[in-house]
Write a protein that binds this ligand. Structure first.
Ligand code: ADP
Ligand code: MG
Length: 244
């Protein structure tokens, strides 16, 4: 029986028993209960996701990064792409907010009710390689195949060993059309042959990643350096408190 139906019946009984006031209170109580459960579920999901920092889409300054398609990011935040097992690729140079957006989208996915796991590409490959050497590759692949959204941060910062590239391919193939990947990278697609040390393997990986995917291209300067530069400029032109 659906919750709505149970709720309607309980209200009906309460009405018959002339407990109208209680029926009114029931609504508020149930809403409170649902709110508390949702909060608990979200905080548990965030713990399980292992985000490396607390970042949200709300504190991402879209005006500071006009190259980011904020409309697309808002659409991705609904989690619909996860329901359809589509992928997201975030491209951009260091410091432009890729990890920030990845965490923000990951949190939004948890809030939308999806299981999420965050890992760096380096940690992912180290875990797969270790599992393989211990004869436990299948279990590890299952572990990384399970979450509805797997976030892989910093792909391409370090080139892959031949074996690692193959392990990565196995993971991508396993998740293909079953679960979403969100990947951040500083390497444009044309450079992925170099990242994986093998053009054929890179093409096979890209083929699966890009088939159902959304890409976010971030251009511009490092946000961190820009903040520093801005602080420096302000310091030179007008000492703090001396303007306005
Ligand atoms: P990347 O992963 O692209 O190297 P990060 O996401 O780590 O960059 O961003 C570097 C730092 O700058 C982080 O502390 C991040 O929160 C902050 N940052 C970057 N872009 C923005 C932005 N547009 N609004 C708010 N903070 C930002
Ligand atoms: Mg980063």
């Amino acid at each position: 029986m659906s919750h709505d139906l149970v709720h309607a019946r309980v209200r009906e009984h309460l009405g018959r028993l002339r407990l109208g006031h209680l029926a009114e209170r029931l609504d508020a109580l149930l809403r409170e209960e649902i709110g508390a459960k949702q909060k608990k579920r979200v905080s548990m999901g965030i713990t399980i996701a292992h985000f490396p920092a607390v970042k949200t889409l709300e504190d991402f300054d879209f005006k500071a990064q006009p190259s980011v398609d904020s409309k697309l990011v808002r659409e991705l935040a609904t989690g619909r792409f996860i329901a359809q097992a589509e992928n997201v690729l975030l491209f951009g140079p260091p410091g432009v907010g890729k990890t920030h957006l990845a965490i923000g989208l990951g949190r939004a996915a948890v809030e939308a009710g999806h299981s999420v796991l965050f890992t760096s590409a380096t940690a992912l490959l180290a875990a797969l390689a270790k599992a393989e050497s211990e004869g436990a590759l299948k279990d590890k692949l299952n572990y990384f195949a399970k979450p509805k959204l797997l976030i892989i941060d910093e792909l391409g910062y370090l080139p892959f060993e031949k074996r690692s590239a193959h392990l990565f391919f196995q993971l991508v193939a396993r998740r293909y059309e079953k679960g979403s990947l969100l990947i951040t990278t500083n390497q444009l697609v044309g450079q992925w042959g170099g990242v994986f040390g093998d053009d054929v393997l890179a093409a096979a990986i890209l083929d699966r990643l890009l088939h159902h995917s959304h890409t976010v291209l971030i251009q511009g300067d490092s946000y961190r350096l820009r903040q520093k530069r801005k602080a420096g400029l302000l310091g030179r032109s007008a000492p703090p408190g001396n303007h306005g």
